[in-house]
Design a protein around this ligand. Structure first.
Ligand SMILES: *Cc1c(COP(=O)(O)O)cnc(C)c1O
Length: 376
């Protein structure tokens, strides 16, 4: 046994660092009592906008709602088709179905785990030829924190006049060149679920856009489609606001996000240098920067269970994101997809696993993890 005592994501270590300032922030909210869309929400929206370089940040109740609101504001309607990746968390496609639109899955690229732009374009062309409803939008996911290929995706979205939505739930802090995740496509959604790179202490999310008209619609939609006030209703919306207390917590978390990212990046580099011989590790073009929500490797087919067993025996947590691709979820059985439709996603579901990744992981523990995984 290796005496390992690591957590998959260590929120307790983070809390011990920011406890005083978080408690002070929460007390401030308890004192002023403005719990819904209070001043901390406005302050956080502005601070995150500044960090991301985005004109509008709109705090909402969770990441799923953020994506739903992005589609609603972008005019996606029942009967439309929305193209998305087969390899993501269920919420990515769930929001399409909630609107009554149809998810049209495409496969991911082997190297990036992200949606394949060439397949997106083929799908748009094929769907248009069949005349099966309007192709209204593309949702690209920055899986595990790594930005999708927006250089290609933005060109395709423009060429075919389709709304491009960025699912940045896992990528706060990621970037391509100087452009940060949350700032791609026409509109983006993110999540502040506690385990995400920028997390709160409950549910939370945000919509980001540089388009002021779209932002105005999202601000209305999150308060029951309000017009001049919430008793003047100009569209069907929902109740989806970021709590003031969560915004207060996020203000403190945002302060340390930069330093945390540096620590995550350095851990990821250490893992990659030391695991490259044994696994397929995440490699990125030099201008791409991941937020490292997860550090996920790919084992050779048929060997994953042995690695998971070995890690468990050494008391080291692991996780599988994701063991079942979206097109094979039983909720989508009526769409008629079959095993074999998206070979890359299906192969990843059988071979990937994620290992502890957080800014507070000690280097000696990372060395032990690497030693366990590399043992012959
Ligand atoms: C977490 C996540 C969501 C949903 O966010 P919630 O805040 O849990 O609703 C959506 N998409 C992806 C890729 C996610 O990882």
């Amino acid at each position: 046994m290796s005496n390992l005592n690591v957590r998959f994501i260590d929120l307790a270590a983070q809390y011990s660092r920011i406890e005083d300032s978080v408690r002070a922030r929460i007390s401030g909210v308890l004192e002023h009592g403005n719990f819904i869309l209070g001043p901390e929400v406005v302050e956080f929206e502005s601070a995150l906008g500044h960090f991301l370089g985005v004109r509008n940040v709109i705090g909402v109740a969770n990441g799923t709602d953020a994506l739903l609101l992005a589609l609603m504001a972008g005019g996606v309607q029942a009967g439309d088709s929305v193209i998305t990746t087969a390899f993501s968390f269920f919420a990515t496609s769930e929001v399409i179905s909630l609107i009554g639109a149809k998810p049209e899955f495409v496969d991911v690229e082997e190297g990036s785990f992200n949606i394949c732009p060439a397949e997106v374009e083929e799908k748009i062309v094929a769907l248009r030829k069949n005349g099966r409803g309007r192709v209204a939008a593309i949702i690209a996911v920055d899986l595990f924190g790594r930005p999708a290929d927006y250089e290609a995706l933005e060109k395709i979205a423009e060429k075919y006049d389709v709304l491009l939505v960025e699912d940045a739930a896992q990528s706060m802090g990621g970037s391509i060149g100087r452009r940060k995740c949350g700032n791609f496509g026409q509109i983006a959604g993110t999540s502040f679920f506690p385990a995400k790179p920028l997390g709160c202490y409950g549910d939370g999310g945000a919509v980001m856009t540089n388009d002021d008209a779209l932002a105005e619609i999202v601000r209305s939609l999150r308060v029951h489609g309000k017009g001049s006030d919430k008793y003047d209703n100009v569209r069907i919306g929902l109740n989806s606001r970021l709590d003031t207390i969560q915004a207060a917590i996020l203000l403190e978390k945002l302060e340390i996000l930069g330093e945390e990212l540096t620590a995550r990046r350095s851990l990821a580099e250490f893992y990659s240098e030391n695991l490259r011989e044994s696994f397929f590790v995440p490699e990125m073009p030099p201008n791409y920067s991941s937020a490292w929500a997860q550090y996920t490797v790919r084992a050779r087919e048929g060997t994953r269970e042995e690695y998971l067993r070995r890690m468990q025996a050494e008391n080291c947590p692991t996780a599988i994101y994701y063991g079942k691709p979206l097109h094979l979820q039983s909720a989508y059985s009526e769409l008629g997809y079959q095993t074999g439709d998206f070979p890359v996603s299906e192969s990843l579901a059988k071979t990937v696993f994620s290992i502890p990744m957080h800014p507070y992981l000690q280097r000696k523990d990372a060395e032990t993890i690497v030693r366990i995984l590399n043992a012959k």
